[in-house]
Design a protein around this ligand. Structure first.
Ligand code: UFG
Length: 335
């Protein structure tokens, strides 16, 4: 199948590209490189044994996207392009609405104009807000607390309206929990710009000596060891979830949403210990105040995804840590 993959040079997008290509699909990446690197295309090609097509540009540019749809008879879209920093979205909400919502709007207009009728959208567990019960299932009340989360929720809602008006359309929104790790070749992974916001890239940089010490945000949560608990999912499991969603759309129409996680939580301290074991390095850390907006504990109910998509996360915490470490080491030898 010919698939348009927006944000295909990014952390998750590059892994999705590899999975789709390994399954025999033709991948056409659109990425504006605002938070990614062009040389990722070469790394995807090295893993997949052939190169994806690459277009640098804005997914919200309707004429540009329509042209790609026509030229390559695109049958499905996997839409990952978007800004993703919670803190930045609080500071610059308009930037998030412009890029994430307006970008998606242009893409969906182009899809309608060219009758492209399959879409997988990258949503986030952030739309659930502070969990009212655990595990968090897809029917959990939605409560967004920042512009990033609101942009994701708004796009989900837009898609609900669009699919109600266009019965030929099939839409799957995938609500990611906490993707970590890298492809086991070490060729693609997460390249955070500046100081990492997320736990795993920060841990990796402390282990490699790039940063001195990790701050553990909160040691007084009502969790077994007092630190935050998250559903960390290997990025390759997550990427395979996109292929499963695409396969689901070959026989399903309408709007659907599924959680992608492992169904179990690990604490920040458990993550640090697992990483130390896999890397053979120590990760110096100090306890710090809670980070504003953080929740104590979040993990997914994944039964719906397992049943409907016939997909399940199979990789364990050790795989997440060892692959992230391998990627970091490859990066260090290249620099
Ligand atoms: N943490 C630290 N120190 C750090 C960074 C994080 O202790 O330097 C802790 C956090 O306090 C939290 C846990 O590690 O307890 C995980 O934090 P992350 O920033 O890695 O992930 P979040 O769960 O906060 O956020 C992630 C994504 C968001 C998404 C959210 C929704 O980054 O984009 O999941 O589930 F919105």
């Amino acid at each position: 199948m010919n698939i348009l993959l927006t944000g295909g040079c990014g952390y998750i997008g590059s892994h999705v590209a590899v999975v789709l290509m390994s399954a025999g699909h033709q991948v056409f990446i659109v990425d504006d490189l605002s938070n990614s690197r062009r040389d990722v295309v070469g790394n995807i090609a090295e893993i997949a044994g052939r190169s994806p097509a690459f277009y640098e540009g804005d997914v919200g540019d309707v004429a540009f996207v329509r042209d790609i749809f026509r030229r390559h008879q695109i049958e499905a879209v996997i839409h990952l392009a978007g800004f993703k920093s919670v803190g930045e979205s609080v500071q610059w909400p308009l930037k998030y609405y412009q890029n994430n919502i307006c970008g998606s709007l242009g893409l969906f207009q182009a899809m309608e104009a060219e009758s492209v009728s399959k879409l997988v959208f990258s949503s986030s567990a952030t739309i659930y807000g502070d969990p009212q019960y655990l595990p968090v299932d897809e029917a959990h009340p939605q409560h967004v607390t920042n512009a990033y989360g609101r942009s994701k929720l708004h796009i989900e809602d837009m898609l609900r309206d669009i699919s109600a008006s266009r019965p030929s359309l099939g839409v799957v929104c995938l609500r990611y929990f906490n993707p970590v790790g890298a492809h086991d070749s070490g060729l693609i992974g997460e390249y955070p710009r500046g100081i990492p916001n997320n736990l795993m890239p920060y841990v990796v940089q402390v282990a490699s000596g790039k940063r001195e010490v990790l701050s553990v945000f909160g040691g007084d949560y009502p969790t077994p060891d007092g630190t935050g608990v998250r559903d960390f999912i290997h990025v390759m499991d997550l990427a395979e979830g996109h292929l499963a969603a695409l396969n689901f759309l070959s026989s399903n129409k309408g709007w659907h949403a599924f959680n992608l996680g492992t169904g179990r939580g690990f604490s920040v301290l458990e993550m640090i210990r697992a990483f130390e074991k896999e890397s053979g390095r120590t990760v110096p850390f100090r306890m710090a105040a809670r980070r504003e907006g953080d929740v104590a504990c979040s993990y997914a109910d994944v039964q719906s995804a397992e049943r409907a998509l016939k997909w399940k996360a199979t990789r364990v915490l050790e795989d997440m840590c060892s692959s992230a470490w391998l990627f970091q080491n490859r990066l260090s030898t290249k620099d």
